[in-house]
Write a protein that binds this ligand. Structure first.
Ligand SMILES: [Cu+2]
Length: 114
């Protein structure tokens, strides 16, 4: 299993506690690592670097699946038109939602628009 890490904005830290490993994610640099999982499952991950006010939302999961499950997932992504280079989703080039979250703070609602 290979991981390629890059950040469009600030320093983050990719951390999956069950892997006993974390690595910084630095703008302008691609960090990478490889590992060989010893069991299947869904493993919780999070950013381990206080990276900004959306830091608490930087939760993710790593799914360790069989080769056939992985290939089926790729087929479903392709069927949905989700092909090409993986850049990290809708926030990969901008800090989407920043304005709305800041507005939420300014009005005192305490809620973001997500
Ligand atoms: Cu963070």
């Amino acid at each position: 299993m290979n991981f390629r890490l890059h950040s469009p904005d600030v320093i983050h830290s990719f951390w999956v506690p069950s892997f006993y490993f974390k690595m910084d994610v630095i703008p302008g640099r691609e960090n990478s690592f490889s590992m060989t999982p010893t069991r299947y499952g869904v493993f919780a991950g999070r950013c381990a670097e206080l990276c900004g006010f959306l830091h608490s939302e930087m939760l993710f999961q790593v799914h360790v699946v069989t080769q056939s499950q992985f290939e089926a997932h790729l087929r479903s992504l392709k069927a949905a038109g989700q092909t090409g280079v993986v850049l990290g989703g809708r926030n990969s080039d901008t800090v989407e939602g920043l304005e709305t979250s800041v507005q939420g703070l300014e009005t005192g609602s305490g809620e973001s628009s997500r």
